[in-house]
Design a protein around this ligand. Structure first.
Ligand code: WTA
Length: 619
């Protein structure tokens, strides 16, 4: 875990930016005050800015607390707000999506073109018999069809469940078995770091036995790979959309109806499935785009996340489209073919807002100042980061080298569970590197001790959200996971944080046994279970250790089975374990080092004493 150092340096917005901002400092102060006094009125006003088939009976129903219901009685569909409603306005012919493949191939789609693609796919899905409530797993690279698939699934009222393509066949299988989708949408392969990576074969492997509930697999032809097709199950994306009409009705969804499920790691070995809905989620998103990201009609918005993460759902796809802005999608590696690729993209498309992660920033920083200097970055007006503690050095580097000391850099805190950004400075705020500033208007957080009492400024505690918020999860796939998060009348985020002397919040990483490897959440237990399935491993414990680029990586403590204990070549065992983890979980599970031990330290109750191991790991 990298603990952000405190700094006395602050950075003020340029006067021109304050004048032009969607929300100026006075309006922001008024919004905070009004939202504190009457949060429901604040969120109701936000909801009024969107279109509804039928308005709500109340803003909030707390009868089933902590499963709060936002906008009960309302009817809508997020796709109506992200797409359909733009077709009758000037946004119709504006670019919705700029896509670039790693090899440099590009595709651009106007809102009207996206609308047509989505409708055709929606019709094709309906022809297959899919409809409201059906689950569809998306195991797709960052190609335009991934965006169309999410929107088409949502349009017909089905539920998309994206699985990051960096997860292995095994990890995909676990998720498919838990989610029981009727359909899987995938691609033959994709390009990353100059390599062609096959994908469809992982789906075949994942579905091998006992997944008869999956009726079909749609395959996007991205890489021209000669992919074996299972006649009775597999369908070609182009073939099924080709004959469909370009108009499709948008399913009417209640405010409680799920839009998507995303699985993310918690403290236990099995990932948690989190359900988000149409209504509250889109209200939260719309507000952050207009207020926090200060969207203007001419913006080109580039969030570098994969669509398979919540950041991709919220800020590559739904948020930008709801705001009617142009969103950029880049398929490949940020350093391919060399370390100026991102700056080249910013330059060529005139990107105005760049939203990325600390790992990417640290990677770019390591390659040096000369790469951003190779390009004209004058179109940039706002920078933002999410996913891990950013740290002061990386903050200052990006601010200077990409923003030329004139673009605000917003360190935004949130998580899969929150749906959209929760704690962040505004473009007009006085910025303090290392801090994520304050909660947005309408969001209330606190930092508490184990008993749930607020801690003093300067003291590390647990970050909790103390009032329901519109983009909160509807539920979890396993309801007990949801109940575990609501304790002492607040939502427990699992993060440690403190307030500094100015009242600004600093995030110090996770309080639980969750690793944050390059912004990807993985639980220690998940990796331990995976390691234990290898025949060399009798017992394993995993802890996080700091890493200069990825923020954190995994370190394993392993007790070998008798069969392997006498082997001299530990290097070979480590290689096998790394390979095994890659196969079981995927390339996201970066195992830095392995220490072989006789036994694992345990607490009195028999749990692995991770704190003791962590202290060893940091030596
Ligand atoms: C961490 C990603 C420090 C945090 C949107 C959180 C951060 C987890 C920040 C959620 C930040 C997110 N500073 N840490 N600005 N933003 N985190 O669910 O530990 O993939 O709980 O959502 O990332 O990760 P998730």
């Amino acid at each position: 875990m990298i603990i952000p150092q405190s700094t006395e340096r602050v950075f003020r917005p340029l006067p021109q930016l304050v004048i032009e901002a969607n929300v100026n400092p006075q309006q922001l102060a008024r919004a905070h005050a009004a939202a504190n006094q009457d949060p429901l009125a604040y969120w109701e006003e936000a909801a009024q800015e969107l279109e509804w088939f039928h308005k709500w009976d109340a803003v909030l129903d707390d009868r089933y607390a902590p499963r709060f219901r936002w906008f009960p009685g309302a009817q809508t569909n997020i796709v109506h707000n992200a797409l359909d409603r733009h077709i009758t306005t000037g946004v119709k012919n504006k670019l919705a999506l700029i896509w670039e493949g790693e090899a440099g191939d590009t595709r651009k789609y106007t809102y009207y073109e996206v609308y047509r693609e989505v409708n055709k796919l929606a019709n094709a899905l309906r022809s297959l018999g899919l409809g409201k409530g059906d689950r569809v797993v998306l195991y797709l690279p960052l190609v335009p069809q991934a965006a169309f698939a999410m929107l088409a699934v949502a349009k017909i009222g089905a539920v998309h469940c994206a699985v990051f393509p960096g997860f292995s066949a095994k990890a995909l299988r676990t998720r498919i078995q838990e989610l029981r989708p009727r359909l899987v949408i995938t691609a033959d392969g994709f390009y990353r770091g100059g390599r062609l990576i096959a994908l469809k074969n992982a789906v075949d492997e994942a579905l091998e036995r006992g997944c008869d509930f999956v009726e079909g697999v749609i395959v996007v032809r991205r890489a021209g790979l000669d992919t074996p097709m299972n006649e009775s199950r597999d369908l070609d994306y182009d073939a099924i959309v080709r004959r469909e009409r370009w108009e499709a009705a948008t399913e009417v969804m209640g405010s409680d109806d799920p839009l998507f499920i995303l699985t993310t790691s918690g403290t236990t070995g099995t990932p948690k499935g989190i359900l988000h809905g149409h209504a509250g989620y889109m209200v939260g998103l719309a507000r952050t785009l207009h207020w926090l990201f200060d969207i203007k009609p001419t913006d080109i918005f580039w969030c570098t996340s994969d669509l398979g993460w919540i950041t991709g759902h919220s800020y590559v796809l739904y948020g930008p489209l709801i705001a009617g802005t142009t969103t950029v999608m880049y398929e490949g590696h940020p350093l391919y073919p060399q370390a100026d690729r991102m700056w080249d993209i910013v330059d060529r498309y005139g990107v105005t807002i760049l939203y990325t992660t600390p790992t990417v920033i640290r990677m770019l920083m390591r390659y040096g100042d000369q790469y951003p200097a190779m390009h004209d970055l004058s179109t940039l007006r706002l920078l933002a980061s999410v996913g891990e503690p950013l740290g002061v050095d990386a903050w200052l580097w990006l601010y200077k080298n990409a923003g030329h000391s004139r673009c605000p850099l917003l360190d935004t805190w949130w998580q899969t569970e929150t749906g959209c950004a929760m704690i962040a400075p505004f473009p007009v705020s006085v910025l303090k590197p290392g801090s994520v500033h304050r909660p947005l208007p309408g969001i209330s957080v606190d930092i508490v001790d184990e008993a749930g009492h607020a801690v003093d400024h300067g003291t590390l505690g647990r970050l909790v959200i103390t009032r329901p918020w519109p983009s909160m999860p509807l539920d979890f796939v396993r309801p007990e996971d949801f109940d575990a998060a609501w304790q002492q009348n607040a939502w427990h985020t699992g993060d440690l944080a403190l307030r500094d002397e100015d009242g600004l919040i600093h995030i110090h990483g996770r309080a639980d046994d969750v690793l944050n490897i390059a912004g990807h959440r993985l639980s220690c237990a998940e990796l331990e279970l995976a390691l234990q399935t290898h025949k060399a491993v009798a017992e394993a414990a995993v802890v996080g250790v700091p890493d200069r680029i990825k923020g954190e990586v995994a370190k394993a403590f392993v007790v070998l089975t008798p069969e392997f204990a006498s082997l001299e070549d530990h290097g070979e065992i480590i290689r096998l374990l790394r390979q095994h983890l890659r196969k079981e979980v995927g390339p996201v599970a970066v195992l830095r080092s392995v220490v072989f031990v006789e036994s694992l330290p345990r607490t009195e109750s028999g749990k692995i004493a991770r704190a003791a191991l962590k202290a060893l790991g940091e030596e």
